[in-house]
Ligand binder design. Structure first.
Ligand SMILES: Cc1cc2nc3c(=O)[nH]c(=O)nc-3n(C[C@H](O)[C@H](O)[C@H](O)COP(=O)(O)OP(=O)(O)OC[C@H]3O[C@@H](n4cnc5c(N)ncnc54)[C@H](O)[C@@H]3O)c2cc1C
Length: 295
């Protein structure tokens, strides 16, 4: 199928884009970033925006810059830009590792980090990353700028608190704690497919005990999130397979899994437990002194 007709607008600045959104968002205008979700949806007639506001000509939106306690990621930073470390050290290595799990090569060269956060697919690796590490979404409209913490960002599957006239100009991804180490695990049936279940986990060691524990799940529920119950069970414990298994099992009672024609809820519940256990095992291997992704 072909996309329905639309008018293409090519603003040269963020202010111009904000002006177009102010004028046209009520009529259904949408931002076009990498187009890797929006264009297929238009071709399938699941979306039919009368106006597309193509932000690809706006200079400076491709920036990826370490700034204090966060990594500032502009609206045109592509998945592929993270394929090699964008920051020195293990934080960059973690993002590179995760980026390789997203879709296929051609999609990674066009799709954007911010587009993933705006689109809010439950299976998005970047949404899981933002939810687990912590992030702030910076929105711009003619009314000004506001920042939304990731805890308040997602409203449901493919739904966020972004107003139609707001442009997501930047995501500020929190830097992991010094000395922390991370593991990531994702399951899908074929390489490049969307994840059916994924987990990101990290902690640092203090006197042999786990501290600053972060455990997040993606593709399991409508919205990726940290699992406080699992984190609490690990905090202060020595790491090891037994502790990981016991904590991961808590997830089985804590999650409300998505269900679809190919994947029953119970399958996803089991997958959440396995993904968490494997992400934690990888984080253990990555602890400073081991070879891996220690921050
Ligand atoms: C075959 C296939 C496999 C895929 N597999 C994966 C996968 O495994 N993991 C994964 O995470 N993704 C996957 N994707 C999706 C891909 O990563 C998209 O690139 C991403 O979801 C959206 O980014 P985009 O820049 O392409 O956004 P677009 O397609 O341009 O836009 C998506 C939506 O977000 C809005 N939007 C985009 N940017 C902004 C902005 N700056 N401000 C406001 N609104 C904005 C658009 O208006 C639109 O509603 C896959 C896509 C395909 C086609």
């Amino acid at each position: 199928m072909k996309a329905p007709p639309f008018t293409l607008h090519r603003p040269a600045t963020v202010d111009e884009a904000a002006g177009l959104l102010a004028a046209l968002a009520d009529e259904g205008a949408l931002v076009l970033a990498g187009g890797q979700s929006l264009v297929p949806m238009m071709a399938l007639r699941l979306a039919y925006p009368p106006d597309l506001i193509d932000i690809n000509g706006i200079a400076g939106l491709d920036r990826i810059e370490l700034s204090g306690d966060h990594l500032a990621i502009g609206a045109l930073a592509r998945h592929h830009d993270f394929r090699r470390s964008v920051v020195p050290g293990p934080f960059g290595a973690l993002l590179a590792r995760i980026s390789h799990e997203i879709a296929h090569y051609p999609i990674r060269t066009r799709g954007t980090f911010c587009g993933s956060l705006a689109h809010a697919d439950p299976a998005s690796e970047w949404c899981l990353t933002a939810a687990t590490l912590g992030a702030e979404m910076v929105l711009r409209s003619q009314a000004g700028e506001r920042a939304v913490p990731v805890a308040d960002w997602f409203e449901g599957a493919m739904a966020t608190v972004r107003e139609p006239e707001e442009l997501l100009v930047e995501v500020r991804l929190s830097r992991p704690a010094e000395g922390s180490a991370w593991g990531f695990y994702e399951f899908n049936r074929r390489a490049g497919d969307f994840a059916i279940g994924a987990a990101l986990a990290g902690y640092r060691l203090e006197g042999g005990a786990m501290r600053d524990v972060h455990v997040g799940i993606g593709a399991i529920e409508e919205v990726p999130r940290r699992l406080g119950e699992v984190e609490a069970a690990l905090e202060g414990q020595p790491p090891g397979p037994e502790a990981f298994r016991t904590a991961a099992r808590i997830a089985a009672g804590a999650v409300e899994p998505l269900e679809d024609f190919a994947t029953p809820a119970d399958y996803r519940r089991d997958l959440a437990v396995t993904a968490i256990e494997r992400a934690l095992a990888e984080a253990a291997l990555a602890q400073p002194g081991q070879r891996g992704m220690a921050a």
